[in-house]
Every structure is written in structure tokens, then in C-alpha cells.
Design a binder for this molecule. Structure first.
Ligand SMILES: NC(=O)c1ccc[n+]([C@@H]2O[C@H](COP(=O)([O-])OP(=O)(O)OC[C@H]3O[C@@H](n4cnc5c(N)ncnc54)[C@H](O)[C@@H]3O)[C@@H](O)[C@H]2O)c1
Length: 321
């Protein structure tokens, strides 16, 4: 099994690469190492992966089709796991062009080359953001998603539509992974958990949007990795070549409970600043996990407290706190 893993310097890509290597896959990672957040974190992740002889890395931008063509020709992948994207709802309001380039043009290049090179499975990161302004909770894969609340959500929905066409015309096996707020060690500095932790350690106020009236389905990284690896490694015959899965914890956590649990785990009280809702954000997310549970025997293992403890342990050791 030879996997092209895009976004391998990123949070989820890094963890997936490690697990694929543990399962004896050869992993070719690509990433443009963009400056969306602290570069040291991306470099440190890559340093860890580089220790494995079955991992090879190319610094490459997925909007550069010519370089990608050469790479596909040279490396001859059996599977593609596409994680590279501009991530984050709020940034997409300020820099829509960046999101359209990486998430639509870049996505188009990767899927086109996957079809041309007869890749066995093409798994890609979608997002809970595709549910946008839908109010039914939990969110079910079979519901219509036509009301994205952000450009980011719109690009992820566009990916699913493009994937459908490639499955239909080229018989490419595509699997869309709708992740719900993933957190854990090596997590992203632009996400709430990291920002809260950082501010609490520095005795600064944490920003709480919509005055705390928000709820999220938080999914621990090891649970996410477990699900994705099961899907990629599975030899099970499925009756469709176009699949979409929610990957969440299936539990709704109020922002207040999230902060309280974090304070308990850190044994420090947070100073709080309550603010209105941010543009592009949604009030609630919650995954219905039935589809992946049934098809791949997916079971969530981590509670919020366990997941947060793992994150804080990592944070303390990485930043010497
Ligand atoms: N973390 C979450 O909670 C979450 C939730 C839903 C969906 N997702 C999706 O999962 C995927 C991975 O997310 P993450 O949290 O690991 O984000 P991340 O930002 O840590 O990782 C993405 C990586 O892609 C790289 N990248 C971006 N544009 C690129 C380009 N044009 N060419 C090459 N590399 C490029 C970045 O440098 C980064 O290292 C993304 O597609 C994201 O949209 C994440």
C-alpha cells in the first residue's frame, strides 16, 4: 500500500501518517507548509515523521498541477488521503481567494490525477461545516446541505459535489470524511482549545463567543484516526463508489461545560470575556454517527475529560509549562 497523504505537516495529516506507517504503509507526504499558524509546529511534526524510513516528504503546493503530475508518475500511489486545505471558518471570510485556490482548484488537481492514475481509494477531508445553517440535530449524512454559513463550508460542499462526478464518470472510489471539531495533542493553534489553553496559562482572558451559548461535537484525534484508518484499510466490498461519513463523537458539549472541564484538567480558573457570535459561525454541531458505526464498526473511545487531559499533557511538555 503506497499512500499519497496531502497536508502531512498538518494536525490530522500528521496523526494519520503515523498510524498508516504503523500499519506498514509507505507514506508519501506533501504539504506547502503555509503560514496559517506557527510553522515550528508543522516542522516538528514533519521531523517526527521523517524518522520512519517508509515516510518521504515533498514540499509542494496542490495548486501546482505540473509538479503533482510528475509526483504521481514517479511514485505510483495505490491510495490517496487528501487532508491539505485552508482550514477554519473565520479566516475564510477575510481571505476567500486562498480558500478557493487550495480547497477547490487544489482539490480538483488531486482528484483529477487520482482518477487518471486509477487510485484504488480516494479519501478526503470534508467537514461538519457543510451542514451550515441546517437546524436539524443531530446532522445526518442524508440531509440536504445547501446553506453553508461560510466560504470554508461552501468549498467543502463543492468537494463533495466534485467527488460525486468523479465517482460517477470515472468510477473512482471516493470517501468524504465530515470531521466534527477535532482536538488533541499537536492540535491547531487557531482553534478554541489551543487558544483557551494558551490564554489560561498566560493568565489572559479567553474570548467566549455568542456569550457562551454554543454547543459542539468535539472529536478526539485518536477516534478520528481510528475511523479513517478502518475505512482506508478495509477490503470490504461496498455497493457504492461514492461515500460520505460523519466522523464525530455523537455527543453535544456546551461551551460552558467544555471550559469547565478544561479548567478542571488544568487546575487553573479561566478569566472570561463574553462576546457576540462571530460571522460565519454556527451555534450547534452534532454528528449522527450511525452510518460509520454500522459500516465500519466505529466506536468512540475517548471522553471529553480524557481527551483534554491528553492535550494538556502534550501542551505542557511541548511548551515546557
Ligand atoms: N481540525 C478540525 O477540527 C477539522 C474539522 C473539519 C474538517 N477538517 C479538515 O481536515 C483537514 C485537515 O485539517 P487540520 O486540522 O489538520 O488542518 P491543518 O491546517 O493543520 O492541516 C492542513 C495542512 O494542509 C496544508 N496546505 C494548505 N493548503 C495547501 C496547499 N495549497 N498545498 C499543499 N498543502 C497545503 C497546510 O500547510 C497544513 O499543514 C482539512 O482539510 C480541514 O479542512 C478539520
Amino acid at each position: 500500500m503506497k499512500v499519497l497523504l496531502t497536508g502531512s505537516a498538518g494536525f490530522i495529516g500528521f496523526h494519520l501518517a503515523k498510524k498508516l506507517l504503523d500499519n506498514n504503509a509507505i507514506v508519501i507526504g506533501i504539504d506547502n507548509i503555509n503560514q496559517a499558524y506557527d510553522l515550528d509546529l508543522k516542522k516538528s511534526r514533519l521531523k517526527i515523521l521523517a524518522k520512519n524510513k517508509n515516510f518521504k516528504f515533498y514540499k509542494l503546493d496542490i495548486t501546482n498541477k505540473l509538479s503533482l503530475e510528475k509526483l504521481f508518475k514517479k511514485e505510483k500511489f495505490s491510495h490517496v488521503v487528501h487532508m491539505a486545505a485552508q482550514a477554519g471558518v473565520r479566516d475564510s471570510i477575510e481571505k476567500p481567494g486562498l480558500f478557493i485556490n487550495s480547497n477547490i482548484v487544489g482539490f480538483g488537481n488531486i482528484i483529477e490525477l487520482s482518477a487518471k492514475n486509477k487510485i484504488k481509494k480516494f479519501a478526503y477531508a470534508s467537514s461538519s461545516s457543510v451542514y451550515g445553517l441546517n437546524t436539524t440535530k443531530p446532522s445526518d449524512e442524508s440531509e440536504k446541505c445547501e446553506k453553508p454559513a461560510s466560504i470554508y463550508g461552501a468549498t467543502k460542499k463543492a468537494n463533495e459535489l466534485i467527488a460525486h462526478t468523479y465517482s460517477h464518470i470515472h468510477n473512482l472510489s471516493t470517501i468524504g470524511l465530515r470531521f466534527f471539531t477535532v482536538y488533541g495533542p499537536w492540535g491547531r493553534p487557531d482553534m478554541a482549545l489551543f487558544k483557551f489553553t494558551d490564554a489560561i496559562f498566560k493568565k489572559k482572558k479567553i474570548d467566549i463567543y455568542n456569550h457562551g451559548d454554543m454547543n459542539r461535537d468535539f472529536t478526539y484525534i485518536d477516534d478520528v484516526v481510528e475511523a479513517v484508518i478502518k475505512i482506508i484499510l478495509s477490503k470490504k466490498k461496498i455497493n457504492t463508489n461514492y461515500e460520505i461519513f460523519n466522523i464525530g463523537s455523537g455527543k453535544i458539549i456546551t461551551l460552558k461545560k467544555f471550559i469547565k472541564t478544561l479548567e478542571d484538567v488544568m487546575e487553573i480558573k479561566a478569566k472570561k470575556r463574553f462576546l457576540p457570535m462571530q460571522k460565519g459561525d454556527v451555534k450547534d454541531t452534532l454528528a449522527l454517527n450511525t452510518r460509520i458505526e454500522k459500516q465500519y464498526n466505529y466506536k468512540v473511545k475517548y471522553t471529553l475529560r480524557e481527551g483534554l487531559s491528553e492535550f494538556i499533557k502534550w501542551y505542557r511538555s511541548y511548551y515546557n509549562k
